[in-house]
Structure formats: C-alpha cells, structure tokens
Design a protein around this ligand. Structure first.
Ligand code: NAP
Length: 250
C-alpha cells in the first residue's frame, strides 16, 4: 500500500466505533499520524494498540467546547501540525415527534452540529497553516453528513436538521477556504452497518430493521475508502461532495 499520507497528521472524531474507527485505521495505513477522539477510552486504547505509536488517544465528550478545542490543541502539541480533520462523531435518534424526547433532539444538535462547529473553528487555522507550509501544500476538512442531509423524511426532523446544517456549512466553508488550498468535503452515506441505529428507541430500531431488510448495508471500510480517496487526491482536485448508498437502497 502506498504511504502517500506519510508526514501528515489527521484528527478523527467518533473513532471508537463504526465509520470513525475504520477511517482512523485507513488513514494510518497510508502513513498519517492519527489523533482519535471519543468517550470510550477502552475502545480508543484498543485502536491505538492496532495502529501503533503514531496514534494519539484523546478521550473527550465533544459536546463540551473546552474538550473539543482541547482535542485539537493536544493533537498539534503532540504531532506539531494538523493536515486532515474528519468530523465524524454523530448520533441519530429518530422517531415520531410525539414520542421523541427533547433530550434526544438536544443530543443531536449538541453533537452533530455544535461539536462539529467547535472542532472546525479550532482546527481551521492549523489547516490553513498546513496548506501553506506542509509538503503536500493542501489540507482537508472532511465532514460526515448523511443522505439525511440532502433529503428530509418523516420522523427524522432534527437529525435531518443537523445533517442539512452540516452539508450547508461544508459548502460555505468550501468556498471560503478554497483560496487557501484547504479542501472542504462533505460525505453523505446511506445505510452503513455500525452502532448508529442501536441508540434509538426500540420501536424505531424495529422500524428500520423492517425498512432495510432487503438492503445489504455498506461497511465502515467502504466509507473509509471514500475518505482516503478524497484526502489523497492531487492538490488540484477537490472532491466537494460524495453521496454513497448501498447498491440496493432506493
Ligand atoms: N451508519 C449509518 O448508516 C450512517 C449513515 C449516514 C451518516 N452516518 C454518520 O456517520 C457518523 C458516524 O456514525 P457511525 O454510523 O459510525 O455510528 P457509531 O458506530 O455509533 O459511531 C458514532 C461515534 O460517535 C462518537 N460519539 C458519540 N457521542 C459522542 C460525544 N458526545 N463525544 C465524542 N464522541 C461521541 C461515538 O463514540 P463514544 O460513544 O465512545 O463517545 C462513536 O465513536 C455519524 O455522524 C452519522 O450520523 C452514519
């Protein structure tokens, strides 16, 4: 495997499971040093054992702006730079509005949107610097949205709202930071086999099991491969947006 991310540093949020874990392993396999963030520190330690010494474990609840900003500064302190940020941490807590709780809605707004905002604000000056001074002369901010960030559905109101927000902010940042050679990309997956669906209320989980019974889901490594393609693209080539669904998902 080529080592064309050698010498670069990546920060991956939500790396304790699913897509984020696969992204950390994949970027490390191309040579990047990776800082990995999530709340379950035992999972982060396991991941670091798999990746090796070029992995920095940063247990944090990113809903706390101090912790989110601290994860960025700890990465730069340890590795001296920051070339790639993958804003992946997220929760999906769908269901009929009359049965949903405000706590579920607040969790999604606080994590999917506000935590992404905290990490991005802290990271952008370092990404601008990496693009100006680094060997590749380009840096990447990759935001994980969802097809729920392009199409609204009933019973998905606040998850839709957060992911539409991620998609919109990504396009705005893309335009703003293009002159700096900081590429901003938004990834919009369909169904991926992860822990995401399992945090919802039981009847909602059962609804999705029925809805996707005939769909072979994507694997986290499929999304990690897409992100590796985005980040490893030549300096002249910015992949602004990727929609990727299971083949049989309508
Ligand atoms: N799976 C899908 O079908 C799908 C489709 C489209 C988009 N997505 C998006 O993909 C992203 C990753 O989700 P996934 O499918 O890989 O689900 P997952 O396996 O549940 O992973 C979610 C990650 O977010 C982290 N996280 C949750 N709350 C956090 C907090 N307060 N602070 C820091 N980290 C936190 C979790 O770690 P801890 O719990 O250890 O903190 C975990 O590492 C999400 O943004 C999701 O919306 C997923």
């Amino acid at each position: 495997m080529s080592r064309d991310l050698e010498g670069t540093v990546a920060l991956v949020t939500g790396a304790t499971s699913g897509i984020g874990r696969a992204v950390a392993v994949t970027l490390a396999s191309y040579g990047a040093a990776v800082a990995v963030v999530g709340r379950r520190s035992d999972r982060l330690d396991e991941l670091a054992a798999e990746i090796g010494e070029r992995c920095l474990v940063l247990p944090a609840d990113l809903r706390d702006p101090v912790a989110a900003t601290g994860a960025v500064s700890a990465t730069v302190e340890r590795f001296g730079r920051l070339d790639t940020v993958v804003n992946n941490a997220g929760r999906m807590l769908n269901g009929p509005t009359l049965e949903a709780t405000l706590e579920e809605w607040e969790t999604m707004v606080d994590l999917n949107l506000k935590a992404l905002m905290y990490v991005t604000k802290a990271a952008l000056p370092h990404l601008v610097d990496a693009a100006a001074t680094g060997p590749r002369r380009v840096a990447d901010l990759v935001n994980i949205s969802s097809i729920a960030g392009r199409f609204a559905n009933r019973n998905v109101a606040i998850y839709n709202a957060t992911k539409f927000g991620v998609t919109a902010a990504s396009e705005s940042w893309r335009q703003e930071f293009a002159p700096h050679h900081v590429r901003v990309s938004v990834i919009e997956p369909g169904v991926v086999e992860t822990e995401l669906f399992g945090h919802q209320q039981q009847p909602v989980q059962e609804h999705y099991e029925r809805l996707f019974a005939d769909v072979e889901p994507l694997l986290p490594s499929d999304i990690a491969d897409v992100i590796a393609f985005v980040v490893r693209a030549p300096r002249r080539m910015g992949v602004a947006e990727v929609v990727v669904r299971p083949t049989t998902q309508a």
